[in-house]
Design a protein around this ligand. Structure first.
Ligand code: HPA
Ligand code: ZN
Length: 346
């Protein structure tokens, strides 16, 4: 990795905000801000079961992943039309364009919404139109990853995959999200094998709350190319060696880990140790409307808490492009822009 010039700590937040970066782990339903949630509810003749925006925000206190998922699911009930999905995604895309995000890979699921009586097409078409407009109007590259919900059955995941196939060209990959504990990756071995045979890129959440064994099976059974979260990997030295050897990226989400009590404080987060161990870590926002910040907040708060440096920043941003599913020539363009910002920053 290129050595970059040192930057004094008080100048680091400005560099973090200005540096070009990719986001590889965010759930679009987790970007639904309370203001837009109330607006969509009104538009659809629905009510949000909270008095107002401030009351809703005060409910965003979680002790673990499941407590978050319950509130997050309630929020998705306001999404009814293709335009709702467009508006939600467009708000996120505009927001992260301002964070110097050049490329984003957006997680979404259809199972939540088909469970509410919507068709998968409504979800995918609305999100995809926002991604197309982001490229045209914001110069922001955006692609979509369909996540299966792991608390549901493998049969239901197969149904979600089949429903998405007519819109195959609008998706880059598949992933695995929702309640991790008790739902190991191997539950979805066959559906991932089918997605792989269809040419989808593969990722899975593993090692957020779950044990290192879940990372092993995500790699060896599902054959994923990236691990989402993966912060429990350091508990298993053989696993760390494997991840380093194969240069498997880990999409780390520091503010999510803080809000879901994976770590008691940001100062106790393992991001620095992961980088020191040679792991290909990246920084991501996961569910920014719920966890207290978009991508740049994740960078600035984590760097302040852990005392990370400009060299770490360059490494993380470089990793974010290297770990993405963009074509090789775009990747080079983005990484060159990154290097230029570091060379000219004063
Ligand atoms: N973990 C698992 N599933 C999720 C998450 C998460 O952090 N956010 C949205 N769905
Ligand atoms: Zn996630």
């Amino acid at each position: 990795m290129r050595k970059v010039k040192p930057v004094p700590p008080e100048r680091l937040p400005a560099l973090l905000r200005r540096m070009p970066k990719a986001e590889l782990h965010m759930h679009i339903e987790g970007s639904l801000e309370p203001e837009l949630m109330f607006a969509l509810a009104a538009r659809n003749g629905l009510t949000v079961p909270y008095a107002d925006v401030a009351t809703l925000r005060r409910a965003y206190v979680f002790n673990n992943l499941q407590e978050f998922l319950d509130i997050y699911h309630a929020g998705t009930l306001v999404l009814r039309t293709e335009q709702d999905f467009y508006d939600m995604a467009w708000a996120y895309l505009q927001r992260v364009a301002a964070d110097q995000v050049l490329h984003t890979e957006i997680f979404f699921d259809t199972q939540t919404h088909t469970g509410h009586g919507l068709s998968a097409d409504v979800v995918i078409n609305g999100l995809h139109r926002a991604c197309t407009d982001a490229q045209a109007q914001l110069g922001l590259s955006a692609s979509l990853i369909l996540c299966f919900l792991r608390h549901l059955s493998e049969v239901e995941a197969f149904e979600a995959l089949e429903q998405a196939l007519p819109l195959r060209d609008k998706l880059v990959g598949v992933g695995l999200a929702s309640s991790e504990l008790g739902h190991p990756p191997e539950k979805f071995a066959r559906v991932f094998a089918r997605a792989r045979s269809l040419g989808f890129r593969l990722v899975a959440h593993a090692g957020e709350e779950g044990p290192p064994a879940y990372l092993w099976s995500a790699l060896d059974v599902l054959k994923v190319e990236r691990i989402d979260h993966g912060v429990q990997a350091l508990r298993d030295p053989a696993l760390v060696a494997r991840l380093v050897h194969d240069q498997i990226p880990l999409t780390v989400c520091p503010l999510s880990n803080l809000k879901l009590k994976v770590f008691p404080t940001l100062a106790r987060h393992k991001l620095g140790r992961m980088l020191d161990a040679g792991l290909v870590a990246t920084v991501n926002s996961d569910d920014p409307a719920y966890f207290g910040g978009y991508l740049n907040e994740n960078f600035t708060q984590t760097f302040a808490a852990l005392g990370l440096t400009a060299q770490h920043a360059y490494q993380l941003a470089h990793n974010s492009f290297a770990a993405s599913f963009i074509d090789a020539s775009s990747m080079r363009v983005f990484q060159d822009r990154l290097t230029e910002v570091f060379e000219t920053f004063a």
